[in-house]
Every structure is written in structure tokens, then in C-alpha cells.
Design a binder for this molecule. Structure first.
Ligand SMILES: Cc1cc2nc3c(=O)[nH]c(=O)nc-3n(C[C@H](O)[C@H](O)[C@H](O)COP(=O)(O)OP(=O)(O)OC[C@H]3O[C@@H](n4cnc5c(N)ncnc54)[C@H](O)[C@@H]3O)c2cc1C
Length: 407
């Protein structure tokens, strides 16, 4: 096993799926988690999964992720499939954006997403009659997209890591490191010191702090608070209609999806300040302006009213029942950093997932295995027989070219 001992820091969706992938390839793996499995954004996510992206490489990568999550049902102890393929519907009300969306759908089809559909207004209304008549010019829809059951991914992922012979320690924050020349030799936690040949940073929103401990490169990853709200069904929308709804993005940028047959999840990015030093408890802190109990002047009520213009039956829902919060670890171009650190030669960084780390998890794990096996950055990985360039994820890339389809 010499040279193949990996120490993975962070046990969210990324950390456990990377650990599983390395174990299956014969690596000896130790996962160190500061709190508990899923303590970060993996347990606070809307967990939407879509293949509708603006670059062919990401479309192919997310296609791989969808296939992985379907197959992962075989590894879940009770066989539950962790992906709910209700589809993903992007509504468009602006003519210029709608034309652009149709061109993007053509590119997605060329990249292998053959099932993506362009629904002009009449088709949209026929397929999804709950969309208001004036709400959109049209929509793109991909029926194999949807959302994940994130707890199944990280909990069953962690169970698989142990089943495959990996060590996974909780309440084991990395607090110090032994460094030699440009390499990490060992990391220290309250549960012991762990040596490795390779170290993998899966701490996402905490990556700045880990980088300081490892004297690694500070990356452009900023934590921003994000909220999700839960609305209770009432009025004419039936349980059947709600539970089969695709994840829907309104022209204004609000996203909604069923949480269960009586509850609609709603989210929307707001203008926020970066919070580099946030505490674990801050994830659960709900600012009154963003709380379901913040009164009718609070933002979620404004969003609920706005949503009612797009999905009129939602106006008759019983109310907003709950709010949850977490952090996006955002990069300037909304793509993660997946590659070797420039200061620590045996440190792989897999961080900065912005709003799409849950869906990227399997693709990230595939890339991580290539990186670990190569011992250096790689130009591409093979997905379904096609080479997918990793330029968009390279550390040190030009950050001015942004992923356009971000939520
Ligand atoms: C409101 C919201 C909505 C979202 N919606 C979506 C969506 O629709 N689709 C999607 O794909 N993604 C979505 N995301 C993003 C997604 O949840 C994340 O990108 C993903 O969960 C990242 O997983 P991770 O494992 O990389 O990071 P995390 O789950 O944050 O895990 C990092 C782990 O590192 C641990 N850690 C930190 N420091 C140390 C240390 N020193 N030593 C050891 N361990 C340490 C933490 O305790 C934590 O458990 C959303 C996020 C939020 C907050």
C-alpha cells in the first residue's frame, strides 16, 4: 500500500464520494471530519440535480452524475434511489434570454443531453397547466433532471466508506500539520495524527481556514449565506400535482421543488456579504429579514407573492412553515477548483462548489481519482467515451469566463 495512503479532510457529499472512489481503486483511505458527516452545506442543500448547463463539459459531467446516482441505489442499504427524476424546468419571460436558452438547449443536445426539450408557450401550458398563462414565453425542460435525497448520499456514502475498509473519524478537525519542503507529511486532530502520501481538501466553505493550517494556496472561495423556505400546500393544487412537479426556476430566479406531497421548497439567492469566519452555529442563524416568522415584510413573503404570479395556485397555500440556512462556497466564475495546490505538491483541492456541489459529487469523485492516480493535474477525464476538458476547473484559470446557468 506504499504511496497510496490518502487522507481526506471533510465528510460532506464530496468527501465521502471521493473516499468511496479511491477505496474502490485500491487506495488506503482515512476521512477526517471536524463535526459529523453532513455537518456543512450537504445537509442544508436544495439538492437540485440538472444536466442543463452552459458548457458541454459540465453537461457531460452532470450526465455522468445522474447515471451514478441511479446506480448508487444498489449501494443504499434499503435500495432507495437517492435521485428523484421529476425533471427541471427553466421558465423564460424575456425574449432575448429565451432565444439564448433555445441555442443553449441545442448545444446541450449536441453534448449528449438528447432528452432536453424546448417548450414554446402553448406546449408549456399543455404540459404544465399550473404555470400561469402570462408567466413565461416558454421553457426548457429536461425530464431526467430532478433533485437528490442528500441525507442518503452522505450517510450511505459514509457507510460504504467503512464497508469498503476506509476509516472515517468524526469530531476530528484538522488543527495542525507537519510539513516538509513542499509536502504535507501528516495532519493532527484531537483524535490523533494521521500520515499520508496524499491529502485531499474537501472542506468547501472552510477551505481558507484549512489552507492556513496547511500553509497552502489561498483560493478565491467565499462563503455566502443562503436560505430555503418551506410552504404548506392548500387550495386547488393537489398532492399528486405537487409531488410530481419538476424543480422549477421562475424568470425572476426563484427555485421551487416538492419536499413532499404537502410541502413546497422555495429558494432564491440574495445579496449577501462574504462571511469568511462563520461559525458552525451561524449556518442555522436565520436573520429576521429572511425568516418565515419575520412578518409580511420579510423577504420570503415577497417571494411567495411573486411566485404566485408564476404559479397562481400557490397564492392559496396555507403559509410558510420553516426556514433553513447554509453557506454557498462561491468562486468568481461559479465553477469549483479541482486540482493540485500550487504550494503543497501532495495536496488536492476539491472546493468552491457554489450552488452545485451536490450534483457535482460523483463527477468530482471521478476527477479526484484521476488526479490522485496521476499525482499531478490532468487535462481531461473520459465520460461516456468522450474526453471532458478540466480547464474550467483548473486552479489558476482565467476566472472571468463564468458558468452562465447558476442559481
Ligand atoms: C441553501 C443551499 C442550497 C443549495 N442548493 C443546491 C442545489 O440545488 N444543488 C446542488 O448541487 N448544490 C446545492 N447547494 C450546494 C451544495 O449543498 C454544496 O456545494 C455541497 O453540499 C458541498 O459538499 P461538500 O462535501 O463539498 O461540502 P460540505 O458539505 O460543506 O462539507 C465540508 C465538510 O468539511 C468539514 N470541515 C471543515 N473544516 C474541517 C477541518 N479543519 N477538518 C476536518 N473537517 C473539516 C465540515 O465540518 C463539513 O462537514 C446548496 C447549498 C445551500 C447552502
Amino acid at each position: 500500500m506504499a504511496d497510496r495512503r490518502a487522507v481526506i479532510m471533510g465528510a460532506g457529499i464530496t468527501g465521502v464520494l471521493v473516499a468511496r472512489e479511491l477505496l474502490l481503486a485500491g487506495w488506503e483511505v482515512t476521512v477526517l471530519e471536524a463535526k459529523h458527516v453532513g455537518a456543512g452545506s450537504s445537509s442544508r442543500t436544495a439538492a437540485g440535480i440538472r444536466q442543463q448547463f452552459s458548457t458541454p463539459g459540465t453537461v457531460r459531467g452532470m450526465r455522468y452524475s445522474v447515471g451514478f446516482y441511479q446506480r448508487f441505489a444498489e449501494e443504499v442499504e434499503d435500495g432507495t434511489c437517492p435521485i428523484v427524476q421529476n425533471g427541471y424546468l427553466f421558465l423564460h419571460a424575456d425574449q432575448r434570454r429565451w432565444e439564448q436558452a433555445k441555442q443553449t438547449a441545442a448545444m446541450q443536445r449536441d453534448a449528449g443531453l438528447t432528452e432536453v426539450e424546448v417548450l414554446e408557450h402553448a406546449d408549456l401550458r399543455a404540459r404544465f397547466p399550473w404555470v400561469g398563462p402570462e408567466a413565461a414565453l416558454g421553457a426548457t425542460h429536461c425530464p431526467t433532471d430532478g433533485f437528490l435525497l442528500p441525507h442518503l448520499v452522505y450517510n450511505e456514502g459514509a457507510r460504504r466508506v467503512r464497508e469498503l475498509g476506509g476509516a472515517l473519524l468524526q469530531t476530528a478537525p484538522v488543527t495542525e500539520a507537519t510539513l516538509q519542503a513542499d509536502r504535507v507529511v501528516a495532519v493532527k486532530t484531537p483524535k490523533g495524527t494521521f500520515e499520508g502520501d496524499l491529502f485531499v481538501d474537501c472542506t468547501n466553505a472552510w477551505t481558507h481556514r484549512l489552507a492556513a493550517i496547511l500553509d497552502a494556496q489561498p483560493l478565491e472561495v467565499c462563503p455566502y449565506k443562503r436560505y430555503i423556505w418551506f410552504l404548506q400546500r392548500d387550495g386547488p393544487m393537489t398532492a399528486q400535482q405537487l409531488s410530481t412537479m419538476p424543480l422549477t426556476i421562475t424568470p425572476q430566479g426563484t427555485y421551487v421543488r416538492p419536499e413532499n406531497e404537502d410541502t413546497l421548497m422555495m429558494g432564491r439567492k440574495h445579496v449577501a456579504e462574504p462571511e469568511l469566519g462563520f461559525a458552525y452555529e451561524d449556518q442555522d442563524h436565520i436573520d429576521t429579514r429572511f425568516s418565515h416568522s419575520g412578518g409580511v415584510d420579510a423577504w420570503p413573503f415577497e417571494l411567495w407573492m411573486e411566485l404566485s404570479e408564476v404559479v397562481p395556485s400557490v397564492a392559496e397555500f396555507a403559509g410558510i412553515q420553516a426556514t433553513t440556512g447554509g453557506y454557498y462556497a462561491e468562486t468568481p466564475d461559479h465553477n469549483p477548483f479541482l486540482g493540485y495546490d500550487r504550494q503543497r505538491a501532495n495536496l488536492v483541492r476539491l472546493v468552491g462548489f457554489s450552488g452545485h456541489g451536490a450534483m457535482m459529487g460523483p463527477f468530482t469523485a471521478k476527477i479526484a481519482l484521476s488526479l490522485c492516480e496521476a499525482g499531478a493535474d490532468v487535462d481531461s477525464v473520459e465520460v461516456d467515451g468522450a474526453a471532458v476538458s478540466l480547464d474550467a476547473f483548473r486552479i489558476g484559470r482565467d476566472l472571468s469566463k463564468r458558468e452562465r446557468m447558476v442559481i
